[in-house]
Write a protein that binds this ligand. Sequence first.
Ligand SMILES: C[S@@+](CC[C@H](N)C(=O)[O-])C[C@H]1O[C@@H](n2cnc3c(N)ncnc32)[C@H](O)[C@@H]1O
Length: 377
Amino acid sequence: MMKCPVHKYCGGCQYQGIPYAEQLKIKQESEEKLLSSFHNVKPIIGMEDPLYYRNKVQISFAYDEHHNIISGFYVPSTHTIVPVDECMITDESINKIIGSIKKIVKKYHISIFDERASKGCLRHILIRSANTKEYMVVLVTGSVTIPKIDLLIKDILKYNPEVKTIIQNINNWRTSAVLGSKNTTLYGKGYITDELCGLKFRISPSSFYQVNKRQTEVLYNEAIKAAKLNKNEVLIDAYCGTGTIGLCAAAHVKKVYGVESNRSAVKDANINMKINDITNAEFICEDAGKYMEYLAKNKTHIDAVIMDPPRGGSDIRFMSSMVKMKPDKIVYVSCNPATLKRDLNYLNKFYTVKSIQPVDMFPFTSHVETVCLLLIK
Ligand SMILES: C[S@@+](CC[C@H](N)C(=O)[O-])C[C@H]1O[C@@H](n2cnc3c(N)ncnc32)[C@H](O)[C@@H]1O
């Protein structure tokens, strides 16, 4: 099993050097340890080819002690950069584009942003890819203007014709967050389009989008299959991002309501609905807990919920309102088995856990995704 030369410092891949079959075993055991008191855990679904799967990467820039430009990933919980030339879990074309942009940045002497002095230009580069072979480059800058911007864009496109859009994101805050709030399109449409489960999805720079396309289809199919949806049912897609799960499920139900707090993701979800000619979905920009509370107060009838919260899990406001409406089934898609366990401890009073299916979305890391079906007691 080949080893990434910087894995000890980068911190991105906790399981480098461990054979893939062994990684899956470790994940299976950790899921069983946390979750088997609710139900037996099905064997984890791994990847056939677990390398170069990420469709998104963020590279940070800094000067070394000799004022040379360095770029790579932050050592976890620090502001120290580990220089990385090729990331073994990132799309190979993204690796190539990063290498090319690094050369261009050096060629035009683009200054690097110094957070403490609040001076300089380039801070990070974010690259996303779609399986349609469209690539997005986001130049995250501390300054409003980018010197030699026309030359920079011309060179990026010349050496990387697969780049279909270039965006500037301004982030001059003292923060570990990569993106600031303002995006300006410098070239192309400002988004790329991916294809997933036979549908098209628009991806904007700031919207959440699953990073492993091959396993996302597996995950969504598992979630939709577990829900055993039918044409008379009303489904809530909670924490819906760009509407991907709800839109993939729309053909199976009467109506889908998606709720998501990120404005740009909701905008994408509404566009995704239109470009796929789906007419039985609606997306709401709101805190998911607040929305469920509103639905519960109005005694809204819902049949099924697919919930896919962030790593911190859901909250009592969401879950207590959900159980008041008594949907027959809940499919909890979780990216953190520890918070899944916490939330199941609550939901378990009203619902019975009927299946637990781990899916390996993040080979070489310790992360694992779980699809859990709950039926009303
Ligand atoms: C793990 S992602 C899942 C997105 C989507 N289901 C998918 O598969 O692409 C979690 C989503 O929850 C959203 N989110 C986080 N906290 C939220 C809240 N309190 N209310 C609504 N949405 C929230 C995030 O913006 C993110 O899009």
